[in-house]
Design a protein around this ligand. Structure first.
Ligand SMILES: [Zn+2]
Length: 80
């Protein structure tokens, strides 16, 4: 089944096993996340004209920081 990606509007094969569905790619999923995240987080740049590349960059950074925090938590637990 071909579906339209909500982010880039490109037609792509809908894959129930895809971690990115209903988006065509991780990038489009992150951009969509960025659209609501931009309400909650200050993303550098002019509001309303956010560069998708910048949003992806910010989200990747946020995700990295979260992962690092989780790792630190796990490491602390292990040391106890
Ligand atoms: Zn897409």
């Amino acid at each position: 089944m071909m579906v339209k990606c909500p982010t880039c509007r490109k037609l792509h094969e809908y894959d129930v096993n895809s971690p990115f569905r209903p988006f065509c790619s991780e990038r489009c999923r992150l951009i969509d996340l960025g659209q609501w995240a931009s309400d909650a987080y200050v993303i550098h740049g002019v509001p309303g004209s956010a560069d998708p590349d910048l949003i992806v960059e910010q989200l990747e950074k946020m995700q990295e920081e979260k992962n690092e925090a989780e790792e630190a938590k796990t490491a602390r637990k292990r040391n106890k």
